[in-house]
Write a new protein. Sequence first.
Lengths: 206, 104
Amino acid sequence: MSETAKFTDDILTVAREKARQIVEQAENERQRLVDDAKATIAREANDILRNAQAEAEGIKRREVSEARHQVKLLEQSEKDKILTAVLDEVKARVRETARDESKYLAYIARLGADAIRQLGMERVTVHLNAEDLKRIDVSNLTHEIDKHAPSLAKVEISKEPILASGGIVVSSQDGKVRIVNTFEQRFEALEPKLLVQAGQLLFSQK
Amino acid sequence: MSGLETVKIIVDAEKEGSNMLNEAQARASEIRKQVDALIKIEREDRLSVATKEAASIVQRAESEGKSEAILYQEESKQNIKKVLQRASANRAAAVKALFDMIMG
């Protein structure tokens, strides 16, 4: 090979090698960018799936939680219906008792005697509703009260009726101090205890 | 071979080498240009699959959640029915106990 041919061959060999390196470098760079991008895309895809899983769990939890809430409301509503019905029946039965004069007389006499003890006064006034004022014999009532609280106080029956479905109110003569033992007051005062007791008796698992 | 011919051969060889480098640069530019498009396609494909799968996961969860809720409600309604039956059976005793509390 002549010197010239060797020289030109060297020029072309160097150029070919440089050209190969330029392309190779570009391909390597492309591969690195693609690999990096794939890793980033995989992370993005995983994020999408992870978010979907979290959302899915939330959806399931919400569905079941909503169902639980609905069931609780239904259960409470049904229990309330029964409790209300029982309390209404009790109230009706109490009012029914007021029609049995002998039992009722003994009952309000006992309530009256309790009130007289609480008042601790020498003279007291007993108040009844209009119906009781008409049908109950006043002397019988004072006699019955005296049986439960003998000689504690002189009892006077007020002619002014009270507004109540039954029961008794005992007051000082001037009316400033009153012990109220009407049915309504007893229902109101006992209601929390009645509800607890009814709940236990009706719904207890035992 | 004359000196002029020798110089011409060398200049031609340098031209050819220069062309080789220019072609290589052009090829390298082409390769770099392809990267963005390649990544765009990869992202669209992969994220499209992931998005579809995600929608399917959520849809399945809605369906499973509804089924679980229905099952829970059915079981609970049976339990409530038992509670109410027991309450009905205890009702008379409860009325008597409450009546006694009021009548004291």
